[in-house]
Design a protein around this ligand. Structure first.
Ligand code: HEC
Length: 248
């Protein structure tokens, strides 16, 4: 038993740094909180306002979102859905993909699985690292997705910034690995940097939820499974005792 534990520890210890290193570059740490329904709801409303014009969430139904995060039906219809839609519908975009390809060089991808495929860290970092780049048709570039054809659709909220000269400095905020690149604002937005960061956290939480709507139930179920296994220990021990009692 102890040898097995030791081996498992060694293997995990060897793998963990590899998976961390795979992020690389200017990736910022972000652990999504999909159990924070208030945040997921704000993220959903902001997604509908600022993102759904271009991006769909083909695998998520309005109804599922409402049930998982306790959104009353009238609020769902009022705040999240466009008038012609029904709660059972999937979250689609109004943008015809052929026209989008003409405008952006490519159709904006469906974001259903992005938070899982790219990771929440990546989505968070992507939304945090748009910077001014006059050589681009959109006027901006992105540190996570060099040459991204997505405009900075949140520019009026965040403001516009340029990458500061020199090496990115260590974050002194005591977050350890949280090492963000340095930017300088050239134009302020409607939100303060702190408020914008909270806005991005909400959208990232929502997209992480959308990428795996079952996660909440899976975690809740996991607790019961562990409890069941735990209760099984003394029973199994009693059975073993009973079974071996006549063997000497
Ligand atoms: C005006 C259209 C438009 C809007 C609005 C828009 N996007 Fe995009 N987005 C794009 C395009 C085009 C791409 C493809 C960029 C590329 O690959 O160069 C993209 C790419 C992305 C990606 C990267 C996907 C991947 O895996 O490569 C993410 C994440 C993303 N958008 C999130 C958002 C979020 C969140 C919002 C709302 C705040 C939003 N987008 C609003 C057009 C848009």
């Amino acid at each position: 038993m102890t040898v097995r534990h030791l081996l498992a520890g060694l293997v995990l210890g060897a793998i963990a740094p590899l998976s961390l290193a795979a992020g690389g570059g200017a990736l910022m740490d972000y652990t999504p909180d999909v159990s924070n329904s208030a945040s997921v709801q704000r993220g959903a409303a902001n997604f509908m306002n600022y993102c759904s014009g271009c991006h769909s969430l083909r695998f998520l139904r309005y109804q599922t979102l409402a049930e998982d995060h306790e959104v009353p039906e009238d609020l769902l219809a009022e705040n999240l859905m466009f008038t012609s839609e029904k709660p059972g519908d999937h979250i689609l975009t109004a943008m015809p993909s052929e026209a989008a390809t003409g405008w952006f060089g490519q159709a904006p991808p469906d974001l259903s699985l992005t938070a899982r495929a790219r990771g929440a860290d990546w989505v968070y970092s992507f939304l945090m690292t748009f910077y001014v780049d006059p050589s681009k048709a959109t006027g901006v570039n992105n540190l996570q997705l060099k040459g991204a054809s997505m405009p900075h659709v949140l520019g009026h909220l965040e403001g516009y910034k340029v990458v500061a000269e020199g090496e990115p400095k260590e974050d002194k905020g005591g977050h350890g690995a949280h090492k963000g690149p340095e930017f300088e604002y050239v134009q302020a937005g409607a939100l303060t940097p702190k408020e914008y960061e909270a806005f991005v956290r909400d959208i990232t939480n929502f997209l992480s939820y959308a990428a795996e709507p079952g996660a909440k139930e899976r975690h809740a179920l996991g607790r019961w499974v562990l409890l069941y296994l735990f209760l099984l220990i003394p029973l199994t021990w009693l059975i073993k005792k009973e079974y071996w009692k006549d063997v000497h």
